[in-house]
Design a protein around this ligand. Sequence first.
Ligand code: ZN
Length: 392
Amino acid sequence: MTSFEGFRCTDCGATVDEEGSTACPACGGVLDASYDLAGVSLDRESFEEREGAWGHRELLPLVPSGMGEGETPLVAAPRLADELGVETLHVKDEGHNPTGSVTDRGMALVAAAADRGGADTLALATTGNGGQSAAAYAARAGLLSRVFVPSRATFVNKAMINVHGGDMRVVEGRFDDAHESYETEREELPAADEETWFPAGAFDSPYRHEGAKPVYYEAVEALEWSVPDAVVVPVAHGAVVAGVWKAARELERLGLTERTPRVFAAQPEGCAPVVEAVESGDDPAPWDVPDTVVGTLEVPDPAGGLPAVEAVRASGGTGVAVDDEDALDTAATVAQHEGLEISVACGVAAAGAWQLREDGELAADDTVLLVNTGAGSKDADVVRSRLMGRGM
Ligand SMILES: [Zn+2]
């Protein structure tokens, strides 16, 4: 049923058809699933008839059983649209996923691939949400999880990794410190018969970003096949922005939509390697001194930096960086004016949308899609602290 052909290395272009490959055997580069779209016959009606987040099986490398991820609500935000000065604004609310973040979509694929490949452990370094998700999906699949988080990860993330029975290493410092610790341990792993790790980090395998594609499929279907003018996405590792753009191109090539949206990458000013690369025209370079209260976006050297930058450029979009206070205030504004609980990462994207409107990148007749990557309640303390600091 699937039109899946195999994986292609995004760095050297090698094609890889061995099942179970996670990185390019030739160069270690990031793999991306490729499909024979000419052989896919999907019309809008058949697309709409499919049940569940993984109904579009022709466009997947494998179909996970999952635990209710995806099919998240697309919520209209008319007051914000008025304030922003655009035609319509919709929020794709990924906080409704099983562990409250968009990561669950890709993690369902990761867990299925790990199980099929005979691995017994999901392992990753994470800013937090990915670890919570990995611990949950490992538990679901009967696998172990080993999660390396920086000490600054949120209480909810750390607590829930424990609650799911994950083995958690809290590494003093930031994401890069956690990632270094993960790499060291991975290299020191004893013989594979003792413990077989499946890499569950973003772009450590071809699955996380592939799992983000339905975010866009579902949104466009809910908009009755009208393509938004702009999609504004908060960027950490780059999986969602790459997945959304890939999905947009697939729907266009299949003739289900007539065009693709402009895709905008939003990052905090204190850690904006993707935005900087989009603006400079160069490849992304590691961010020297990452410093933002938006911990989920504090990824100084994103594994999917290049795919993310290429997605934004190819779409005709651009990058936008906002300061932390602006992001927190905007998250509170969305909660107060629309009732929606968005993550502070989405606060970055929402504040970015305001900046893009001021810069003339968004127009008065635009329809705008904002991706809320996680549940607002996970970030309650940081937004509340900001409000109290302002005496509110
Ligand atoms: Zn390669």
